[in-house]
Unconditional design. Structure first.
Length: 289
C-alpha cells in the first residue's frame, strides 16, 4: 500500500522502515520541522518530505498520524479537507480511540487506532523490538482488515480492543514499562552508597530483572514472588527502611510493599503475626532511622 506519515518521530520512523521492508511503498512524511523530516527519509531510506498536508494526502492510500497524542486530533482536522473516502487514516496512541479521527471519518475515510504494545525509545530500538510484538487495534468496521494486515506485515499480532477498554490496556502497559524504568533508576541510585560501579550495578540488576520477567511469564505473580516480605522477614524489612534516605524511594518501598504484602498473604507463606508487623512498618510514614 502507499503509506504516508504525519509526525517524523520514533514511532513514525520505525513503522516506516518496517513497512518498507515488508514491501509497502513509503511515500513520505510531513512533520513540524524540516530537520525531523530529513532524519526520517535518511533513516527509512526512501520517501520524500512534504511541505504541507494537502500534497501528502494526494499521494497516499494510508496516512499514519504518528505525532504526540495531544496533536493527533488537530492534525487530523488539518488533513481531513484533503482526504477522500478511499483512504485510511490511523494513529498509534494507546489511549486515544478513533474519536480523535472523527474529521477523517466524516470525509468517508475508514479510520483506526493501531497501538504498538512496545517501548520505542529510539527508531533503532523500534525496528529491533517491534517485530513479534502485539498491537491493540480499534477501528471503524471498514478498516479492520487493513489494520490486521498491516500489523501482520510488521510480523506482529493484532489484538482487537473496545474503545472503553483502551485506557486499562494503556495504564497496564505504562505501569509495566515506564514504571519499571523508574523503579530500576531508583534501585540503581542506591549503589551510589557502595563501591560497586554504576555499570556493574546496571548489569547485575538487568540480569535479575530479565529473570524475574521470565519467572512471571512462566509462573504468574503469585508463584513468582520471592523476597523478605513474602518470607515474613520482619528484621530485613526494618533494616531496608532504616537504609532508605530518599523520601520518594521510601514512599515507593512502603506503598509497593503493601501490595507485595497482600500477594504474600494470598500466597500463604507469611504468618499472620509477621504480616501484621510488616504492615505496621510499611504504614508508618515516620522516619525509620
Ligand atoms: N515511543 C513509544 O514507545 C510509543 C509506544 C507506543 C505508542 N506510541 C504512540 O506513538 C505516537 C508517536 O509517539 P513517538 O514516541 O514517536 O513521539 P515522538 O518521538 O515525540 O514524535 C512525535 C513527532 O510528531 C511530530 N509532531 C508533533 N506535532 C506535530 C504537528 N502538529 N504536525 C506535524 N508533526 C508534528 C514531531 O515533530 P518534529 O520532530 O518535527 O518537531 C515529532 O517528530 C504517539 O501517539 C504515542 O502515544 C509511542
Amino acid at each position: 500500500m502507499k503509506i504516508g506519515f504525519v509526525g517524523a518521530g520514533r514511532v513514525g520512523k520505525s513503522l516506516a522502515f518496517l513497512f518498507k521492508r515488508a514491501k509497502h511503498e513509503v511515500i513520505g512524511v510531513y512533520s513540524r520541522t524540516q530537520n525531523s523530516c530529513n532524519e526520517f527519509t535518511k533513516f527509512v531510506g526512501n520517501g520524500k518530505t512534504f511541505e504541507n498536508l494537502k500534497e501528502l494526502a494526494k499521494e497516499c492510500e494510508v496516512v499514519f498520524i504518528t505525532t504526540n497524542d495531544d496533536s493527533i486530533q488537530q492534525v487530523c482536522e488539518g488533513l481531513s479537507p484533503y482526504l477522500s473516502s478511499e483512504q485510511f487514516v490511523f494513529h498509534c496512541s494507546g489511549l486515544l480511540t478513533t474519536q480523535a479521527l472523527t474529521s477523517a471519518k466524516a470525509k468517508g475515510c475508514e479510520v483506526g487506532a493501531m497501538h504498538p504494545i512496545q517501548s520505542i525509545p529510539n527508531p533503532h530500538y523500534g525496528i529491533m523490538n517491534l517485530p513479534h510484538s502485539y498491537f491493540d487495534i480499534q477501528c471503524s468496521p471498514g478498516a479492520e482488515l487493513v489494520a490486521e494486515r498491516l500489523v501482520k506485515d510488521l510480523k506482529c499480532t493484532p489484538i482487537k480492543i473496545l474503545p472503553e477498554e483502551k485506557v486499562y490496556n494503556h495504564l497496564a502497559s505504562c505501569m509495566v514499562s515506564n514504571y519499571q524504568v523508574s523503579l530500576f533508576d531508583a534501585a540503581l541510585k542506591l549503589y551510589e552508597n557502595t563501591s560497586i560501579s554504576k555499570d556493574l550495578a546496571s548489569q547485575m540488576l538487568s540480569h535479575l530483572s530479565k529473570q524475574t520477567v521470565i519467572n512471571l511469564e512462566n509462573l504468574g505473580p503469585l508463584r513468582a514472588l520471592t523476597g523478605p516480605i513474602m518470607r515474613g522477614d520482619v528484621g530485613t524489612v526494618k533494616k531496608h527502611l532504616k537504609s532508605i534516605k530518599d523520601d520518594n524511594v521510601m514512599i515507593l518501598y512502603q506503598k509497593v510493599g503493601l501490595i507485595l504484602l497482600k500477594l504474600a498473604e494470598q500466597r500463604g507463606r507469611i504468618k499472620k503475626k509477621q504480616a501484621e508487623q510488616i504492615k505496621n512498618l510499611l504504614e508508618n510514614t515516620d522516619k525509620h532511622g
